[in-house]
Design a protein around this ligand. Sequence first.
Ligand code: MG
Length: 243
Amino acid sequence: MRLKNFIYLFIPVLVTCQEAKDTEIWGPVPEEVYTISDSAPPTDAIILFDGSDLSKWKPRWGKDRSEWQINKDGSVTVVFDDTGGIETKENFGSVQLHVEWKTSEDTSFTNQKRSNSGVFLQGRYEIQILDSYKSPTYVNGQAGSVYKQYIPLVNASRKPGEWQSYDIIFDAPKFNSDGKKIKSGYFTVFHNGVLIHNHVEILGTTENVGLPKNISHGDGPIALQNHCCSQISFRNIWVRELN
Ligand code: MG
């Protein structure tokens, strides 16, 4: 029998001998985790703030103090009087992060002055927090923007004074021993459960003036900004490490 004829006759037979179980993978079995609601922390989450204290956090941004006020309802409020921001004592790589936040009902300020805050991953890459409910500003600086890098796909902002959430999947960039970036970082972000960034490539550090920078670093803290000018509150902050 010629080789060509052999292939035509027997390869289909071999293929049809396959069974479903040949492509079934039975292990390792994924770890079981449970959620009570969409915002309650999964059982494998690290709780960063549950309303009781700020023991997982320390002051940030050049200030020795941060007078963040813990409220009876399990939230913490920042009063914008030059008190500085806060950052986690622990450093993180790639993470899934859940943060709930509420902008001020005081709408006397406009543009970037309405409860301007932000969530910084590895202390460098900001997802903007701002009152962007019918409050115009530059779109790459509105709520949910990867600040000055990516405009959110939609504006999912709720009214001032209503609780909102970010669920952030942060894939950390990697640098080699020479300080060269060998893998970009990425953000996928949900705002109030709505996808606003779908695996966008982080261009570099968040810069208000000038272009993003790519300076070698390792793991870093999660930081909450105290920027300007009306109050911002947070609650229910948890993180899952993805490394
Ligand atoms: Mg900000």
